[in-house]
Write a protein that binds this ligand. Structure first.
Ligand code: PLA
Length: 449
C-alpha cells in the first residue's frame, strides 16, 4: 500500500536531490539544482534574509531579462520560444480575438470559481484534441483530464500525483531536454535520470543509445517523452522509431509521460503531431499527457493547459481524478477561467476550429520558411560547416551546434540573444533579421572556436 509522502520523507528526498546537481552522461551538469540557505535570527537590526544569496536568472526566461536591458536598436531575442510575426511582433490569433469578443458579449458569463479540475468542456475537448475524437479510450471513459496552469502546471500536477501514488519514483528524461523538466520532477519528489537522445555528431536521434538506456531502466520507471518538436534539439523519432520505443517501453512496463507543448507546430497538422501519443494510447496501456495551449493558440500568458491520464478502467480513472483534486486544491485551489473559456469556445465551434487550424498552419509554415532563409543565407556567405540540420530540424527551435563562447560572442558583438546551449527560436526570426543572424553566425564560427 502506498501512503502519502510524509513531510519528513519529502524533505529528505528533496535535500538528496538538491545537494547533488545531476550530471548527465556527457558530463554536463543539469540546472536542476536549487540552493536552500538558512536565514538568521541573531542580529535584530539586520534582515532575516541578510544571508540570502542572489539566485541566478532562469536559463531561458533570463535571456529575455538581459535582452530587455540592451538599448541597441538591432537587438534580437531568439531565446524564449515565443512566436513573432514577420514584423517581429507578438501575435494574438484572429480566432482568439473572435472568441474573446463572444465571451465578453455573453452577459450570462460570470467570474465564479471553476471546479478544482477546471472547466468541464475544456477538459473533454482537450482530451479529444490530443487523443482524437474517436479515441476508444475517451469513448470508454478511461481518460481523466484536469485543467492546469499551462504545460508547466500540467507536468507539475502529474509529477506530484506520481510521487504520491506510483510505486516507481524514477523518471527518465531525454538528454538534452527543456531546462525546466529536471526541476519540476525533482521538486515534486521524483528521482530524475537521463536517457540518451541526441547525437551531436549526426545532429540526429541517437536511437541506439535511447533504446539501450530505456532497456536498462528499472521496470515501471516513468519516461518523459516529447510528443513532437523536441525542445531544444528539433529532432523527433520517425513513426517506425516511435513504434520501437513503444514496444520496448510496454515490454518493460515503463510508464510514458508525454509533454505535448507544440501540437500543430511541428508539421502544421494537429493530428499528425499527435501520432506518437495516439500510438501509445491505442495499445491500451496507461499514459500521462501534459498539454499546453501557449504556443499553438498563442495563449502564453493565459496559462492554459491540461493533464490527461489514460487509465485501464473507467473506475480507476474516476479514482485518479479524486486524488488529482487533492493535489490541486492546496497548490492553487482551482484554475483560472478566462484562457480555458477561449480554448473551449474555439474547439467547440466548427468554423472557429477550422480557422484556428489555418492560422496554426500559417505559423508553422512561417517557421519553416525562416529555416530555409537562414540556411540559404549561411550558404551564400560560405559559412564553414554543414548547416543542413537547420532545415531538417522540426518545430520552434534550431539546435545550432554553436558553443557557449560563440553564443556569448554573438550577444556581445551582434546583440543577438539565445540560450547558451546554442538553441535559437526560429519563431523569433523574420526575413528582415535573417541577414543579421547569418552575419553573426558567420563571424562566430570563423573567429571563435
Ligand atoms: N514543455 C516544453 C517542452 C516546453 O518547451 C515548454 C515551454 C513547456 C513545456 C512549458 O510551457 P508552458 O508552461 O508555457 O505551457 N518552453 C519555452 C518557454 C517556450 C519556457 O521555457 O518557459 C522555451 O522557450 O523553452
Amino acid at each position: 500500500m502506498k501512503s502519502c509522502l510524509t513531510s519528513d520523507r519529502r524533505l529528505s528526498i528533496l535535500s538528496g536531490h538538491l545537494t547533488t546537481a545531476t550530471i548527465d552522461k556527457e558530463g554536463n551538469s543539469s540546472s536542476s539544482s536549487i540552493c536552500f540557505s538558512p536565514t538568521s535570527s541573531s542580529a535584530s537590526d539586520s534582515s532575516v534574509f541578510a544571508n540570502l544569496p542572489r539566485a541566478p536568472e532562469d536559463p531561458i526566461l533570463g535571456v529575455t531579462v538581459a535582452y530587455n536591458k540592451d538599448p541597441s536598436p538591432v537587438k534580437l531575442n531568439l531565446g524564449v520560444g515565443a512566436y513573432r510575426t514577420e514584423e517581429g511582433k507578438p501575435l494574438v490569433l484572429n480566432v482568439v480575438r473572435q472568441a474573446e469578443k463572444l465571451l465578453v458579449n455573453d452577459r450570462s458569463r460570470v467570474k465564479e470559481y471553476l471546479p478544482i479540475v477546471g472547466l468541464a468542456d475544456f477538459n473533454k475537448l482537450s482530451a479529444k484534441l490530443i487523443l482524437g475524437a474517436d479515441s476508444p479510450a475517451i469513448l470508454g471513459n478511461l481518460v481523466t483530464t484536469v485543467q492546469c496552469l499551462s504545460g508547466t502546471g500540467s507536468l507539475r500536477v502529474g509529477a506530484e500525483f506520481l510521487a504520491r501514488h506510483y510505486y516507481q519514483r524514477t523518471i527518465y528524461i531525454p538528454n538534452p531536454t527543456w531546462g525546466n523538466h529536471g526541476k519540476i520532477f525533482t521538486l515534486a519528489g521524483l528521482t530524475v535520470k537521463t536517457y540518451r537522445y541526441y547525437d551531436p555528431v549526426t545532429r540526429g536521434l541517437n536511437i541506439q543509445g535511447l533504446l539501450e538506456d530505456l532497456g536498462s531502466a528499472p521496470s515501471g520507471a516513468i519516461v518523459l517523452l516529447h510528443a513532437c518538436a523536441h525542445n531544444p534539439t528539433g529532432v523527433d523519432p520517425t513513426l517506425e522509431q516511435w513504434e520501437q520505443i513503444r514496444r520496448l517501453m510496454r515490454s518493460k512496463r515503463l510508464l510514458p509521460f508525454f509533454d505535448s507543448a507544440y501540437q500543430g507546430f511541428a508539421s502544421g497538422s494537429l493530428d499528425e503531431d499527435a501520432k506518437s501519443v495516439r500510438m501509445f494510447v491505442a495499445d491500451g496501456g496507461e499514459c500521462f499527457i501534459a498539454q499546453s495551449y501557449a504556443k499553438n493558440m498563442g495563449l502564453y500568458g493565459e496559462r492554459v493547459g491540461a493533464l490527461s491520464i489514460v487509465c485501464k478502467t473507467a473506475d480507476v480513472a474516476t479514482r485518479v481524478e479524486s486524488q488529482l483534486k487533492l493535489v490541486i486544491r492546496p497548490m492553487y485551489s482551482n484554475p483560472p477561467i478566462h484562457g480555458a473559456s477561449i480554448v473551449s469556445t474555439i474547439l467547440k465551434d466548427r468554423n472557429l476550429y477550422q480557422e484556428w487550424t489555418l492560422e496554426l498552419k500559417a505559423m508553422a509554415d512561417r517557421i519553416i520558411t525562416m529555416r530555409k532563409q537562414l540556411f540559404d543565407a549561411l550558404r551564400a556567405r560560405g559559412t564553414p560547416g554543414d548547416w543542413s540540420h537547420i532545415i531538417k530540424q522540426i518545430g520552434m527551435f534550431t539546435f545550432t551546434g554553436l558553443n557557449t563562447k560563440q553564443v556569448a560572442f554573438m550577444t556581445r558583438e551582434y546583440h543577438i540573444y539565445m540560450t547558451s546551449d546554442g538553441r535559437i527560436s526560429m519563431a523569433g526570426l523574420s526575413s528582415r533579421t535573417v541577414p543579421h543572424l547569418a552575419d553573426a553566425i558567420h563571424a562566430a564560427v570563423t573567429t571563435v572556436v
